[in-house]
Ligand binder design. Sequence first.
Ligand code: ARG
Length: 272
Amino acid sequence: MTEVCTGNQTTRVMMCAPAHYSLEYEINPWMRLENRPDTELAAEQWSKLYEVLTTEAGAEVSLIGQVEGCPDMVFTANAGLVRGEIALLASFRHPQRALEEPHFAEWFSQNGYTVYMPPTGCRFEGEGDALFAGANLLAGYLKRSDICSHRWMAEMFSTTVLSLELVDDRWYHLDTCLLPLGDNRVAFYPGAFDAYAQTVIRHHYETIEVELDEALRFACNAVVIGETVVLPNGCPHLEANLRKLGYKPVSVEMSEFLKSGGASKCLTLLLN
Ligand code: ARG
């Protein structure tokens, strides 16, 4: 097996327990007011994910408290993009989620990060649309984040950004359709990208293609810690492909978060 280990460094993530999680508005095609999450079940699914990440995967989890009136704050992947001591804060496309920004900003500064805001008028939804993969930062745009955020990230982190256009509303964030799996490999659902983005991805990485039915179950929305891949259940093909390559897939039930258009990855923000 190659390149799936991150070394001895403990992976640190930020999560938000679903104390006030609910579905109060529709801002992506998955969200329907008449299909609200069962909050008790959501709490159980979140706790299970927390347990898998901390015990099986050995991650260190920092928590932010959920603020009432911010029902999507559990999706901490969207809080920003963190590298070293720097946190690039999100600027959400939808006003309902913009309410989360000051709370995430406060958490970042209280936890020792220097917080930077995106250029005025430039929408940026954090790790939802920006994923480090090998030497590059892969960045999605059009649905939520604006392409102006790509230049900003490139400058702030002195990194190469590969801009990837998202073309299907169902995969509105990059982390819903692309999964970095160590230095040189990604899993992705081609149908979520325009033809040029597909070419870029295949040019830079060894790829695992995810099929439509599993992409619809958010197969790509997985947390990768060393060789452990914590993905939503019901994605046997991706699991089999991962196993063949030496990864250890662990599936978790995410039904109540899928109703809001999120799964395991959306519920975590990488801190290192
Ligand atoms: N309901 C949330 C939204 O539409 C879900 C966010 C999912 N987060 C993610 N990183 N894909 O904004």
